[in-house]
Design a protein around this ligand. Structure first.
Ligand code: DX5
Ligand code: ZN
Length: 220
């Protein structure tokens, strides 16, 4: 299994975004996690296409775009054009999940599907044949710097079992409250793509990313 750090720029210093991204990549982050929030699906508004297109010019890292927006199907093509490699949408935000996932694939991106902490993991089952990645939210989406919800661990184990049963090669990503001290626990539960915002971008970014990677490599 390949273990990947996806560093969430929501916690980066936007006056020095290029430097922060370069430092995270130097430390070993293969993905840059881009949290797009619309103020409707989640209470906050973050940033969108303009920021993503701008930073596309300063890195070749994989862009892991997390759309926390209502009816994301409306914006799939534009995010693909703005440089997304992976587009993850929320099951709860789509009127037609199948059509949305199909649109992501047709746009040439890897297909991600996410669920909020209150959504039953079984709801993912009808889509297992259509996704490349499942994202388990371990906090209520909308804000960085929240505390990891411990009950996510059972959900992760359950989804990892579902993936094994499907026989498909699906990445399992976790997002929210991941720090050095709970990293091994989520990996042991079955995660192979780890999103982290504040624990990477607050302080020495390169050193933080490197510390994540050391633990993740040991899990291989
Ligand atoms: C929350 C976002 C997360 C957030 C994670 O809605 O989806 O990606 O940036 O931040 P931390 O790692 O600080 O919990
Ligand atoms: Zn996210």
């Amino acid at each position: 299994m390949k273990y990947i750090l996806s560093s969430s720029i929501l916690a980066a210093d936007f006056c020095n975004l290029e430097k922060d991204i370069r430092d995270a990549v130097k430390g070993g982050a293969e993905y840059i996690h881009i949290d797009v929030m619309d103020g409707v699906f989640v209470p906050s508004i973050s940033f969108g296409l303009t920021v993503q297109s701008s930073i596309r010019k300063c890195t070749d890292a994989v862009f892991d775009t997390h759309l926390m927006i209502t009816e994301p199907i409306r914006y799939v093509e534009e995010f693909a054009k703005a440089g997304s490699d992976i587009i993850t949408v929320h099951l709860e935000a789509c009127e037609d999940v199948h059509a949305t996932l199909k649109k992501i694939k047709e746009a040439g991106c890897r297909v991600g599907l996410s669920i909020k902490p209150s959504t039953p993991v079984e709801d993912l089952k009808p889509y297992l044949d259509e996704v490349d990645m499942i994202l388990i939210m371990s906090v209520e989406p909308g804000f960085g710097g929240q505390k990891f919800m411990e009950e996510s661990l059972d959900r992760i184990r359950e989804v990892r079992r579902m993936i094994k049963t499907s026989g498909r090669d699906i990445d399992l990503e976790v997002d929210g409250g991941i720090k050095i001290d709970n990293l091994k626990t989520v990996i042991d539960a079955g995660i192979n793509v780890v999103v982290s915002g504040s624990a990477v971008f607050k302080g020495d970014v390169e050193k933080n990313a490197r510390a994540f990677m050391e633990i993740m490599k040991a899990g291989r």
